[in-house]
Design a protein around this ligand. Sequence first.
Ligand SMILES: [Zn+2]
Length: 338
Amino acid sequence: MKNRRLRRLLGVASAALCASTSMVGCSNNETSGTPHAEAPGPGRFASPHPGSVNTYWIEAPEGLVLVDTLRTPEDADRAVAAIRKTGEPVVAILLTHSHPDHVGGARSFHEAFPRASLYASEATDEAMREDKRNFYPLARSANPRFPARLTYADRTFEDGAALRVGGLRFETAGFTAGESDTATVYYRPDTGDLFSGDLAGRKVMPALIEGNSCGWLRILDRLGRRFPKARTMYPGHGAPGPARTLIDDQRGYLQRFRDMVRPATARRSPEGRSVTPGEQKRITAELERAYPGRPPVADLPTLVQENIKAVARELRTGAATKGSAACADQAGEGTPDN
Ligand SMILES: [Zn+2]
């Protein structure tokens, strides 16, 4: 691999991409002090809003290793064009989780780079094949460009296994019942790069529709402990940044969101534990004041309402939060009024 040439090409591809898609924050070098300062950072393509999502390409001794495949084949084709400018072969594609916006473009990448194996954890592969939450039909109805048929992994591994891909070593870790039912992160010990899928986004409005904000908070604690040396986090949505900052910001957002929704689920609130339209309006406005202009991670116009509904449902049941320090909110879970 000709490092200098690749660095130049990656830089050009990245800059051209940012200019052509009019997106902000396309730089992948927003953190200083990476362990190997001379190593180029991964390339990134972010699909257009609404619901912008990232695919990354990592320089490896044998070619490029990609992370995630965008939402639609059309988006993927644009990323393929950018990746081709590097002049390097693609040797592997890694999937972080089964959500439609990360797997829908797989076919295009597979056709463009037929020698590249598509990797997913066994849990993610199963989640894709079973689609218990019917996310793929929903994705198709929201976006007719979502493919009629999915492209599945041709290599699966057990979460937690170390992978050698394209001459690079990745550590993996699997997490369940958080942002998604199952999620895999990929960590490069030689650089401290952590490809975290949707476990932490950067200045985006996350999807909480699975109603597992407490589980997600627990995962963030575990993620920080599992990879204490992680330097740069490469999220599924938004620009890369310092791993600790992204984890802390995501935790803060989830806690604050829960704090905003909780009063509406109290027995003594108007109409008791269900969220009224007025309460929903109040929460939406509060959220916009706290996190102005955050782009949603999904191309779902009602994402904020769906998030409120799902977290309200979660807070009403409350069982999952018992005894969990990660989501012991200031107001206290399970107080008599809740
Ligand atoms: Zn996503």
